[in-house]
Design a protein around this ligand. Sequence first.
Ligand SMILES: [Zn+2]
Length: 433
Amino acid sequence: MYWQKDIETMDRAELEALQLAKLKKLVDYCHDNVPFYREKLDASGITGDKIKCLSDIQYLPLTTKEDIRNNYPFGMFARPMKDIVRIHASSGTTGKPTVVGYTQNDLEMWSNCVSRLVVAAGASADDIVQIAFGYGLFTGALGLHYGLENIGATVVPTSSGNTEKHLMLMKDFGTTVLVSTPSYALYMAEIARDIGLDPRKDLKVRLGLLGSEGCTLEMRDKIEEAWGMFATDNYGMSELVGPGVSGECTYRCGLHFAEDHFFPEIIDSNTLESKGEGELGELVITTLSKEGFPLIRYRTKDITRLNYEKCACGRTHARMDKTVGRSDDMIKIKGVNVFPTQIESVLVSIPEVGPHYQIVLKTVRHTTDFEVNIELLDASLLTKYSELEGLQKKIAHKMQTVLGLNPKINLVEPKSLERFAGKAKRVIDLREK
Ligand SMILES: [Zn+2]
């Protein structure tokens, strides 16, 4: 099923011609309307006319979150405030948030992008959808809300919190689709069982539209098992538009971009050079259609790879892999890039251990000593030496398969590793520089 079939299945040569025409226009539009870009483009001497092919995009300046913050709140808007009909902002963990503005056309484009991904995931006008994202400045809830209404689904804007009420409504309304973060979907299933509801039998939820935080395959399996549902992942960020940038179809072999609106590239985070199809690197996105808040080559900091092959679903738009982590979180060990999310994906598949762990790196005889401390769920295992050793071996083997490295595994007592209120500090790097 498609939402905008002509566009979603467009011949690639035709799609690329459309992208090129839009890119040329965008460069001049940004130059004429955003002082930040005027300065950068004047310095590089590039105008829309000089762009001859899509790969010329590499000569355009990159944009970072820092640039947006430096122009807080409305400095990078390309339209006067009378044309801006909506404001969203990202939750800044430090300092000011990044603020984005939408024109009426931007909102329409956004809704259609979300409609595309929910239809690709299997939602339809027959569905009753509960949205468990927090409403407000955050783009997740309203993004899905308008995209789902747009396809004719019945939207129930329950918002986050009050899980028991969520479940009551779900049962009474016969809700069929849940929009939620992966972790909240799991939490809801637990609460359901606590209050005597079996999500598989007593509720009708058949589809989960998960988003707003990463979801490993193992976590998705757990969610599907707990709910008896099919779940897809989607990707976006408020700076770009919100959800709707890319999303999985029912084949779940990558997230399709809305490539007529968002042009993806992969770069090396250190050298900033462009990387080819299939190569892992940082995702960079140029917004091809946005009027209120256009962005040229925005560095998402998310690490992934691109695939331009036509999908089994018939869509021709490029797909990205699930992100493997943030470039900020990447650690290099013996020449191999390691992301904490890879370690988490191993731990979630081992029932004897919890989600708390710590990576310790030291220099021993000029090479890196790589250890992972992992909390056991049951302290009594520490006295059963042979079981403990077996478990250590099992984890080490899985780590080797996923990371291509063989860390030393230390199993430690429950609740013995430090807890963090904010972002957890997972890596203790004691290596000699
Ligand atoms: Zn597909």
